[in-house]
Design a protein around this ligand. Sequence first.
Ligand code: ADP
Ligand code: MG
Length: 620
Amino acid sequence: MSIHILSPEVANQIAAGEVVERPASAVKELIENSLDAGAIDIRVEVREGGRRLIRVQDDGCGIPAAEAALAFERHATSKIDSADDLSHLTTLGFRGEALASIASVAQVSLLTHTRDEAAGTLIRMAEGREVERSLHGAPPGTSVTVEHLFANVPARLKFLKQPATEAAHIQQIVTRYALAYPERRFGLVSDGKLLFQSTGSGKPYDVLLKVYGSEMAREMLPIDLNDERRATAEDGSSAIGHRPSAIGVSGYVGAPALHRGNRSYITLFVNRRWFQDTSIAYAVIQAYHTLLPVGRYPVAVIFIEMPPEDVDVNVHPTKAEVRFRESGAIYSAVQRAVRRTLVDHAPIPQVGLGEPATPVGGGAEASAGAFGGSAWAERRDALLGAGRQGRLLPAAEDQEPALGYQGTATPGGASALAAQSSVSAPQPLVPLLRVVGQLGATYIIAEGPDGMYLIDQHAAHERILYEQMLAEHAGNRLVVQPLLEPLLLDLSPEQAAVAAEELETLNQLGVDIEPFGGSSYLVRAVPALLSKDNPGAALVEIIDGLAAHTDLVEATHEARLVTLICKRAAIKGNTPMNLAEMQELVRRLEACRSPRTCPHGRPTMIYLSNSDLARQFGRT
Ligand code: ADP
Ligand code: MG
């Protein structure tokens, strides 16, 4: 065959392959057109999974009679003018391809009517050619009907799934747009049955209820932007080097008890456009680190808002993939917002008797009693006098396997969440607790009005010190301890590099440290928290911690440093405490803003309810 230019019909069919893969892709393009036309009410009707018929009807601006035929021309669009416009898109469409592509693989009729014209226009297309154009009565808006999709493309037809499967794909498309546009009404009718209808109330939670049902929706936690800002401010990060970000993250994330077998329940939008991105989805998954059972995935609906010029949506014909100018910043903004939401709403994990034990990471560090001493140990020694007290309680090893960590909400937690889901959640606090004793020199057993609490002494103390130090720092009253003699730290080159980089943060937080030639540093003062127990070793450990970059949440330098200092200063596991010490610790924990989690986001306590106990003992 000689080289020749393909006819427009064939060229369109080839191009259509990229845009219209299955009925759901046609529905997606038509809905986007309706949204771009400013429609408030969008109705989708399909028959036989969209293969027989797809109709999308809207009450948008309509197309003027003189332009209606042009809409089916390839690269005909009213949305952009120049290539320049591509860098700051505000519409969902811009390629001018969808109608041309759909018309080349189906019979299409367009009925459209603008508000200022007397009559509407009807255009019928068959095999990519116009077969009818007439004036036609119609309500304001546009209705596009697509019939016998792929009838002329047997190869495509072969790959279509059962009508029910195709209808499910269509429903997914409709619900995604409904979530992203809660102020518009979306309806979906399939073979005469109403499958979905949103109210257009403007409240995302209302759509969430319709999409996921009330059982699931009540387990979803709102990402509260203000909450996120407040947290960052209180972390002290606003004080130093905190840039206000142009990236906004909102949406809903499932409580850890709500999980699924795959990642398809992570739904992402950027500037109200759905997109796929394994890296950002991973940011969501990472934020649940240690909170979900192995192999399970969270449920999340994430809306990212950012300047349109910082995201390129013109990467893929169906616009399912996007490219971010600063993907790292998006990754951390999403991870931080999700993690913060989870930490803020963290219920006290409940102990389930008789449930299979699910091992959960995070306990190991708390009980790693590698370092003795610390301010606590000193106080303890003083309180105990010469004689060291042993365990107050037997370790009860044989009970342990039955105590499974469930990671579920406390009873009533679910309904409490439902009640608060559209407003910002109150801080979860702990009731007043009565200390009963210590377990394994590592956990404090306490009694509350509603059951038993097992408190991880190290994690709890970390939380207390963390909030104390941040408060002191914020109020410019951080207690700093000058050293009697300056301390010379001989660091490894790697450690010295970290010290150099973090010098300012170290100084801000009360570590008076200065370079002393080569990889040596001179320390003249340390935060009081670190002064008691070998400050040199403590600093080296903290510098190593700074180098490790292991935190889950992208915290500020300052918050990371505070976390490391508190981890070092907190009482370790495997340290006997007497009753007075434990009471003091519990009292200070009760006064914390976020008493239920340590600064790393792990639980400080687990809970066993009275009703669970009664049930296990057969009392009910
Ligand atoms: P694009 O959306 O990329 O511009 P399309 O082929 O989807 O390309 O649509 C071509 C043009 O037809 C649009 O730019 C718009 O002017 C017009 N159009 C399509 N659908 C509608 C609609 N539902 N309401 C109003 N105008 C529409
Ligand atoms: Mg379009």
